[in-house]
Ligand binder design. Structure first.
Ligand SMILES: [Cu+2]
Length: 473
């Protein structure tokens, strides 16, 4: 668990970051909500240097500061401490200050993780979590990590991307002896970088079993243009057989694809306020695959890698960022297009859950039998156990999902999540009140009006029958 006392004073809390301050940006942006009927074409032609903060649009000419929002700041002011990285569905690792040293205690151990409601499996992890809790430091920090090995076997910890002293690098036999089961080792170093990193066992199959966590070193002052939100998303893949609850690290194919240790639709959506600037950090620590992460409705800029921040002149515009294994990619964009936008790996097998060998008519929805003579159709597999109401509550209960479409969860699988770009006051209503939110409140038409689907509330009252989609050829 994160101890706020320990963190106070060095990182501004996100609440403060989101106070709605209209900061002086480096590039101009329209801060007014769109008027009815105001759209890209004619509006932009009269203000080509401006970037539309409240609706989709490209901004200034190619190469200009507002080009696709490139240097358009969020609402947050410049020259402030960074906003802390939000890690959906993952905790931060607490620390204590000991004579000026930031001291963490990291416990490699077997853990259970619920990848989807009702689907809990056995992994390796740290401090009860898979992936491990995120470690946060600041450039210049003296850091001590006391590792208490609670695994049934020897391990090490490697600091991925850290320019540390050689004997702190965590490589078995080459830079250190392994930490035996039940053993302890103290890693200590000064962090002079301000980059996205990771920590993991430098024992391949342990890493494949989940021995990995994010490690972020913040700069003392946030880089410009300032972002309002900073999300850390750790990508993994696992093979778990249909008759097993243990990850199979020897496999060569994969049926569970996760973001921060969960599969869609159990991945908690990312909520951002319309007009804010957002940073996404993708950490790919999968065993064998790259992930081309694709986000909808917006264009972003590739602003950083595992090597740190890229000079602005070399930023690339994109909406799909390919993250190779062991790579980290940072993308920034201005969230100016309201609505629920999916973000997912674009490898089709990575947007599915438990694609195991139990494929066949016997596991398909019987109501689809009339189509069974159609080649390659239907593809609606019913694997594993159906969800009951308590499992549905896990999906529909979190406030981050309130106001989404009626059956949104049926459109999210595997390495898949949703970025919800919410105008005021809907953002505040969802994040800070218990007011009921109409189903579909965050779907918007081109003219900016909300498309409420019905008067239903987004309540976890679904039964298995609702999970079965009737598909007609
Ligand atoms: Cu993928």
């Amino acid at each position: 668990m994160t101890n706020p006392e320990q963190r106070r004073g060095f990182i501004a809390q996100s609440a403060a970051a989101l106070a709605g301050l209209f900061a002086i940006g480096r590039a101009s942006a329209q801060d007014v909500p769109p008027q009815h009927g105001e759209h890209l074409g004619h509006k932009m032609s009269g203000s080509s240097q401006e970037f539309p903060r409240m609706h989709a649009g490209t901004g200034g000419p190619l190469g200009s500061p507002t080009d696709r929002g490139k240097l358009v700041s969020g609402y947050r002011g410049e020259n402030l401490e960074p906003v802390p990285m939000t890690t959906p569905d993952l905790e931060k690792l607490p620390f204590t200050m000991v004579n000026g040293v930031k001291e963490f205690h990291l416990r490699p151990m077997p853990v259970k993780r619920e990848l989807l409601p009702g689907q809990t499996f056995n992994f390796y992890g740290y401090n009860g979590s898979m992936p491990g809790p995120t470690i946060e430091v600041i450039e210049g920090d003296r850091v001590r990590v006391v590792v208490h090995n609670e695994l049934p076997e020897a391990t090490t910890i490697h600091w991925h991307g850290l320019e540390c002293p050689n004997d702190m690098d965590g490589i078995p036999f080459i830079t250190q002896k392994m930490i035996p089961a039940g053993g302890t080792m103290v890693y200590e170093f000064t962090v002079h970088q301000a980059i996205s990193m990771a920590y993991h066992a430098h024992v391949g199959m342990q890493e494949a079993a989940g021995s990995i966590g994010m490690l972020v070193s913040y700069p003392k002052i946030a880089p410009s243009p300032a972002v309002d939100y900073d999300f850390g998303l750790l990508l993994q893949q696992f093979n778990i057989a249909s008759n097993s609850d243990v990850v199979n690290t020897m496999a060569m194919d994969w049926n569970y694809l996760t973001i921060n240790g969960r599969c869609g639709p159990y991945t908690t959506p990312l909520l951002v306020k319309l007009g804010s600037r957002v940073r996404l950090r993708f950490f790919n620590f999968s065993t064998l695959h790259q992930h081309p992460l694709h986000f909808h409705g917006h264009t972003g800029w590739l602003t950083g890698t595992e090597g740190g921040r890229i000079p602005e002149t070399a930023w690339m515009p994109l909406n799909t960022v390919r993250i190779g294994i062991g790579e980290i990619r940072e993308v920034e964009f201005v969230a100016n297009n309201p609505g629920d936008w999916v973000m997912h790996c674009h490898m089709f097998h990575h947007t599915a859950n438990h694609m195991t060998s139990q494929v066949g008519p016997h596991i398909r929805d019987p109501s689809l039998d009339e189509y069974k003579d159609v080649p390659a159709f239907p593809q609606l597999m019913q694997g594993k156990k159906p969800m009951n109401s308590s499992m549905m509550k896990k999906l529909m209960g979190p406030r981050e999902t309130h106001g989404m479409a009626d059956k949104w969860f049926m459109g999210s699988k595997g390495m898949f999540t949703v970025i919800r770009v919410l105008p005021e006051p809907l953002y505040t209503k969802i994040t800070q009140t218990n007011d009921p939110i109409p189903v579909g409140a965050s779907l918007f038409s081109e003219d900016g009006t909300a498309k409420h689907q019905s008067g239903q509330m987004n309540m976890p009252n679904m039964n298995h029958g609702d999970m079965k989609m009737k598909q007609k050829g």
